[in-house]
Design a protein around this ligand. Structure first.
Ligand SMILES: Cc1cc2nc3c(=O)[nH]c(=O)nc-3n(C[C@H](O)[C@H](O)[C@H](O)COP(=O)(O)OP(=O)(O)OC[C@H]3O[C@@H](n4cnc5c(N)ncnc54)[C@H](O)[C@@H]3O)c2cc1C
Length: 401
């Protein structure tokens, strides 16, 4: 038995490696990553600065070395033998482990239609470089999928003056993760910025110069990007006989069905107190699950309880969502100078909040809303809607009570 091995050097795997040291774990830590670079952040890929793709490392090589993390880039784990406690890498090396973390993330869903191979993915730094090098001014880009990634990419391309169309099978963009009110505002913003939407439309074919829709109409396109969601990367776990579903199934402590094997981040579907498993795809989730998994691998027994939170930047607008808003929740709107906040109450109790405003202007309010959610408050909806009521005061009185 030899130390802790982490498979996948994305946000989750890398954060877990450092969190092991923060938890005073002193054994060996090996971080195996299929990509060739230093671990890097994915969110900046769809938020280019001055039109250029950013490569923002999560950490410097020196930081990995200083923490005693053995980073193996450009290598993938090809076989996991959970009974033997070993993992085989693509170069034939066999690592034995005391504990193993699966942080294999997710892969883009591939579109199934004639000409699908012409569509570019948008997940890795290599993908982003390819998309931004092919999408020059004067070219027409069609993005298949009006989710968060497709919409962020559209905003980035419009910022460079490139013609963009979005083809979306649902009747509205952003239907999956974004509260309806803010999805509508963002949709309107994209329309104002000149994005062409083809909603409620499936794709029949992709050709060299167009996306052919199910109704036979054509969307002219020199570059086609498929942004139709991701699938958890569960291949290694599945082949090793671990329980899987929409992700590697874990209990509430991020332990998989195999002894000493944990899973976290985009690849993990985590058991919920009310039953079922939920898999989140967000930067914060990758980090907070990494921290819980690391502590538990180092000997703690902490349930994963962090409140879900994500953000998205499109044009000059910043969206933040804390908790899991549901259509059935009571919604309370608070209008502020820089934007709008919406709170979501379940049976009177604050369970989620979302805000859309210029840049990062609502970050402080969302942070306070997160604390209020964690405190389990049941605020008066009228007071909550009043921009004159300071959320900090509400938090103080909730804590005092
Ligand atoms: C373009 C883009 C923009 C985003 N913007 C936002 C945002 O604004 N806000 C937000 O909250 N979230 C955003 N996200 C989502 C967020 O980046 C992800 O949820 C997060 O990166 C997940 O981290 P992860 O480590 O779990 O998975 P990943 O980042 O997918 O990392 C997994 C790594 O494991 C490697 N791997 C897989 N299998 C193996 C193997 N067998 N052996 C070795 N290595 C392996 C993969 O190559 C990959 O590098 C964005 C994502 C993308 C793609």
């Amino acid at each position: 038995m030899d130390g802790i091995v982490i498979i996948g050097a994305g946000e989750c795997g890398t954060r877990a490696a450092f969190a092991l040291r923060e938890a005073a774990y002193s054994g060996s830590v090996t971080l195996v990553g299929a990509e060739p670079h230093l671990p890097y952040e994915r969110p900046p890929l769809s938020k280019p600065v001055d039109g250029a793709v950013q490569m923002k490392p999560i950490c410097a090589a020196e930081a990995l070395e200083a923490a005693g993390i053995d980073y193996l880039p450009g290598l993938s784990a090809s076989k996991l033998y959970a009974d033997a406690g070993t993992v085989t890498l693509s170069d034939g090396r066999v690592l034995s482990y005391e504990k193993l973390l699966l942080a294999t993330g997710a892969r883009p869903r591939r579109i199934a239609c004639v000409g699908a191979e012409l569509a570019l993915d948008f997940r890795t730094h290599a993908d982003a470089k390819m998309v931004f090098s092919r999408a020059e001014v004067g070219k027409r880009v069609a993005i298949i999928g009006g989710g968060l990634i497709g919409m962020e990419l559209a905003a980035a391309l419009r910022g460079k003056g490139i013609a963009v169309s979005i083809v979306e099978a649902a009747p509205k963009p952003l239907g999956r993760a974004v509260p309806e009110r803010f999805a509508a505002t963002l949709h309107a913003k994209h329309l104002d910025e000149g994005v062409h939407f083809h909603l409620g439309q499936g794709v029949a074919e992709i050709t060299d110069n167009a996306v052919v829709l199910a109704d036979g109409s054509e969307v002219p396109a020199d570059v086609v990007v498929a942004a139709i969601g991701v699938l958890p990367d569960i291949a290694l776990a599945e082949a090793a006989g671990l329980a899987t579903g929409n992700g590697v199934l874990t209990d509430g402590f991020l332990r998989t069905s195999a002894p000493d094997v944990f899973a976290a981040g985009d690849c993990a579907a985590v058991a919920q107190p009310g039953g079922g498993h939920v898999r989140f795809e967000s930067w914060r989730n990758a980090r907070t699950q990494a921290e819980t998994a690391a502590r538990n691998m180092a000997g703690a027994n902490d349930p994963f309880t962090a409140i879900h939170w994500f953000w998205s930047d499109q044009y000059d607008l910043g969206l933040q969502v804390a908790g899991l808003p549901q259509p059935a929740h009571q919604s309370v709107l608070r209008s502020l100078g820089g934007g709008e906040l919406e709170f979501y109450l379940d049976d009177g109790r604050l369970v989620a909040a979302a805000g859309l405003g210029i840049g990062n202007s609502l970050a402080k309010e969302i942070k306070l809303a997160e604390m209020l959610i964690a405190a389990g408050v049941s605020p008066d909806p009228v007071a909550l809607a009043d921009p004159g009521l300071n959320l900090k005061t509400l938090l103080k009185s909730a804590r005092a009570a």
